[in-house]
Design a protein around this ligand. Sequence first.
Ligand SMILES: Nc1ncnc2c1ncn2[C@@H]1O[C@H](COP(=O)(O)OP(=O)(O)OP(=O)(O)O)[C@@H](O)[C@H]1O
Ligand SMILES: [Mg+2]
Length: 287
Amino acid sequence: MTLRLEVEHLEVRYGDLIGVADVSLRVEEGHIVALLGSNGAGKTTTLNAIAGLVRPSAGTIRWRGEEIGGMPAYAIVPKGLALSPEGWRLFVNQTVEQNLRLGATALRDKSRIPQLLDRVFGIFPRLAERRRQSASTLSGGERQMLALGRALMSEPKLLLLDEPSLGLAPAVLETLYDTLWKLHQEGLTLLLAEQTVPLALDIADYGYVLQTGRTVLEGNLPPCRVYVAPSSPASAASSSCPSPPEGKRCPYRSSVIANDACPSCSCTVLSGSSTPPSASRLMHQLA
Ligand SMILES: Nc1ncnc2c1ncn2[C@@H]1O[C@H](COP(=O)(O)OP(=O)(O)OP(=O)(O)O)[C@@H](O)[C@H]1O
Ligand SMILES: [Mg+2]
């Protein structure tokens, strides 16, 4: 598979302060990679360095074999990288449509803008209804949609997403993740920084954990197992499984393992409880 993005020993300084000390990661075509870590771990700094918003002080950032570390954002966007930034960074005095059009600034073929606008409005009908509304009047969820839509307007090959879940209600968050999954199935590669791990884990197939500016853990994220709830109390009672394992319902990659059998016995009627993994369990999941 084609290697897309390769970051090696990235260091970013803010004056005397270190933003990230030593981050290395790879994102290959067709994958969703999660960048996990708590407050101040260096997720935003890493994404901003890749997107050309901050300059690395050491290390390399290669995109399709080309060194892009230190290039300005306006030179990086046309290469197929787009950032949906933390806190959205919208132009709040502009309308929804104007914000979206600004996302297409780097596009060489401007005649594609109407088509791209239609595509974003198709993905997020709420933005279509509010296209002439000022971005300052949008709700948190709508602002997140707009930030994502603006990033999509440059037709990226790799989308960098900085904490898309921030401040969103669970239902809005699930819709957003459904959209990300759909975009991924249409061919978009994603590097997803998150603090809230459960949904990022459901969607990503590889993960890196950052701690105080360093990559401390990486590994494949196994497809989650789907434990199907018994369809009726009667079938539950007839289940031969004495202690169904704790199950996690994964809305994304379920088809791969929908018929998975209970690991503790041969029954296939399993618990339908939905327990997202905690951060500590995630650390164990990362092989
Ligand atoms: N503009 C800046 N000036 C000085 N220090 C900064 C600046 N931006 C970030 N930092 C520092 O760099 C470190 C990494 O911050 P960063 O924002 O990358 O973390 P993060 O993983 O995105 O955290 P969060 O989950 O809270 O968004 C932190 O110690 C932070 O204080
Ligand atoms: Mg951040």
